[in-house]
Design a protein around this ligand. Structure first.
Ligand code: 6PG
Length: 254
């Protein structure tokens, strides 16, 4: 069972999931900009957040107008080890659906340089980007206003996959794990960074994730098997935004 400090919100379907996520994005952006003059977000990759990114760029519910785009700084929670113009690139997906559609200054887009043939070097470079942007001292961690996360049917999140040593990484801010099942390297923020967020929001949709979601939220702590269980912001909030199909096996929400 995860620590008590988290909230689960079950919505009807994937469309409502994106709408609720967009509302959270706008709300937290407004709050952060009011408090600190900027909004820093680490984006999720994969397919679930695609419609969220499209929605934020659209005139639906005037999301587009509400966001102070020039004060938003975009980072990535993880990236595939492919060039930024590759079809699998999380950067490319966000660029096409959101960044190319709204007035975000280029200097506010902090992508992971996965064109570097050495994934370890790409991770080190990104770690330096975080150090510089957040003006870190040795002992400090970057504190994102919002971290968006997905969850795979195997319980992975970001690029923290079952059985990976990266699950236990406590020193580096960014790591480059080999992902056997995908036969590729990934570059990912590590648990200390993800858990230092002011707010982390999981977006989970679809019945194919229902068994894993039930295990993650209501089963015993098994972070090796279900890395999504690792995400528990120490000084922040955790929201699980899930649709009914994904939540269908949850006992507590019945
Ligand atoms: C990625 C993501 C990854 C994703 C999950 C869920 O690069 O693929 O960061 O962690 O969030 O795999 O992916 P879907 O949303 O496509 O189910």
């Amino acid at each position: 069972m995860l620590s008590a400090k988290f909230d689960i919100r079950v919505v009807v379907n994937a469309e409502e999931l994106s709408l609720k996520a967009a509302e959270e994005f706008v709300h937290r952006a407004e709050e952060a900009v009011q408090a600190r003059g900027i909004f820093t977000i680490a984006l999720a990759g994969g397919s679930t957040p695609k419609s969220l990114y499209t929605l934020l760029a659209s005139n639906t519910a005037s999301f587009r107008e509400q966001v102070p785009w020039n004060k938003v700084h975009f980072f990535w929670g993880d990236e595939r080890h492919v060039p930024p113009d590759h079809p699998d690139s999380n950067y490319r997906m966000v660029q096409e659906r959101l960044l190319s559609q709204v007035p975000v200054p280029p200097e506010n887009v902090h992508r992971i340089f996965t064109e570097n043939s050495d994934p370890g070097k790409a991770a080190d470079e990104y770690e330096q980007v975080l150090h510089d942007f957040f003006e870190l001292r040795e002992e400090k961690l970057p504190r994102f206003d919002l971290v968006l996360l997905g969850m795979g049917p195997d319980g992975h999140t970001a690029s923290l996959f079952p059985g990976s040593n990266t699950i236990h990484e406590q020193t580096h801010l960014v790591a480059a794990p080999w992902v056997e099942k995908q036969n590729t390297y990934r570059v990912t923020l590590t648990p200390p960074v993800l858990n230092n967020a002011l707010c982390a929001i999981f977006l989970v949709s679809g019945s194919e994730k229902s068994k894993t979601l039930q295990a993650v939220l209501e089963g015993d702590p098994e972070p090796e098997r279900f890395p999504a269980q690792i995400i528990r912001p120490k000084r922040g909030t955790l929201l699980w935004l899930v649709d009914q199909a994904a939540a269908r096996l949850l006992q507590k929400q019945a």
